[in-house]
Design a protein around this ligand. Sequence first.
Ligand code: FES
Ligand code: MG
Length: 590
Amino acid sequence: MTDTPPRRLRSQDWFDNPDHADMTALYLERFMNYGTTPEELRSGRPIIGIAQSGSDLNPCNRHHLDLARRVRDGIRDAGGIPIEFPSHPLFENCKRPTAALDRNLAYLGLVELLYGYPFDGVVLTTGCDKTTPSAIMAAATVDIPAIVLSGGPMLDGWHEGKLAGSGTVIWQSRRKYAAGEISRDEFLQTALDSAPSIGHCNTMGTASTMNAIAEALGMSLTGCAAIPAAYRERGQIAYRTGLRAVELVREDLRPSHILTRGAFLNAIRVNSAIGGSTNAQPHLMAMAKHAGVALDPSDWQTHGYDVPLLANVQPAGAYLGERFHRAGGVPAIMWELLQAGLLEGDCPTVTGRTMAENLKNREATDREVIRPFDAPLMDRAGFLVLKGNLFDFAIMKTSVISEDFRARYLCQPGHEGVFEGTAFVFDGSADYHDRINDPDLPIDENSILVIRGAGPLGWPGAAEVVNMQPPDRLLKRGIRSLPTLGDGRQSGTADSPSILNASPESAAGGGLAFLRTGDRIRIDLNQGRCDMLVDEAEIARRRAEGLPPVPPSATPWQQIYRETVTQLADGATIRGADDFRRISATLPRH
Ligand code: FES
Ligand code: MG
């Protein structure tokens, strides 16, 4: 038997480089400032970055500032050395004109940090919506061992004895307020009551969805995603994540081993089963692109549509994060899919075991919240993929189609799934708010509300505005939703069956640019079509008139973003950034 010498770590090129004594001295000396010793840094122990996404500017992730203490304990106990550093804050609810603009900026920043500094591995702290995809995108590009630590959702919110879920309660209250059923003060109080503790949104909005997806991809410890932020298990899994981060370096287990096509298809199926956010579509596309995995927009329909809804969690269901966690969380959902043969169980994961091994004995413990595969909340509950002369790609989340909506639009005898309506077109959300209640705008129950100028180029960043509510006068008559369509996104907490993420967007010359108020639109869910009933010659005539205007860029990054961004169908990534892959294979020069 021969002893293989320990693999030389990346960080040793900085801290223990015999060819560059001068540079080694320079790299070492300033870390002494906070009491680290040269012996530690030169011991050949793995240097583990903690990409800190928490700050006062990201309240959803702020408790990571405390959790990092337990991550450090784990890293130290496993023989590593932690170095914590801030990542670009991404606060969904507050960043104007949209936090989506900053996902690629956070990605770029993290790539530079992970590549240019002496890290052997990294703990990615995630929570609020885009903190998860931006971190995984960067880890995929750099390809050093990486593990996701979710921050976990807030405790369940309650208002007057009823569950009040993040975001979802705002969309509900907005309708009630417009219908004159609640006061402005009650609206505000309900929203405040939905946020009772540290943590991210407690609904299955984009934050919980993306953390579930990180787990489904195999990038976090089993059961990590759903543990509420305030539970003691959250600190415990932070510790275990730190321990495991060091072992990942020793095993040289990298994102490129984990982020396979099988892992992405698993994530798509999990997203359907949890009633996950429509934002999962661009984010998963973006992560796959940077991982070098071929994922096609049609995969959402092929692999994700025919999956039942199993999680009874708002907005598609009734409960919130605490019940979901206690019922078994993401592993219990995946256990159901595995038994049903819908999961690729041999995918490697950060635990060092396969996904199927991770899921042993993970059956749900509360069938009210996590349904058995053969008795789901809804059959075929994934995203429908649509195309036509208005766009080449858009999606519709079927798990939030209400009974009332189904009855009105989808189940007319003889032509189930086909409906036609008159378009009312809004150029951006200001235009919508200015005109939706205009008494001269003849919107009725046969109308389709359309918004454009809300995509990656138009907004810029792609805004969550497609879930437009009907005019107040219709809400007062009990019509709580109309079909909506647009080139923007909608919040993962929204309960609207919108057709969204339309690509190419209006500002990129997509068909939406040539739609006019009064045109008829036909939507055929069976054929996956959505078309304006306008003849080709007329569309050509309108095309010659040019595109609807969009606001100018207000910051340097907005301009750079617009010059580089792809469409939502392709993940709204930075064009060309996916040419850079596994870049840690080469060391940066001194
Ligand atoms: Fe941050 Fe929802 S606003 S998680
Ligand atoms: Mg959002």
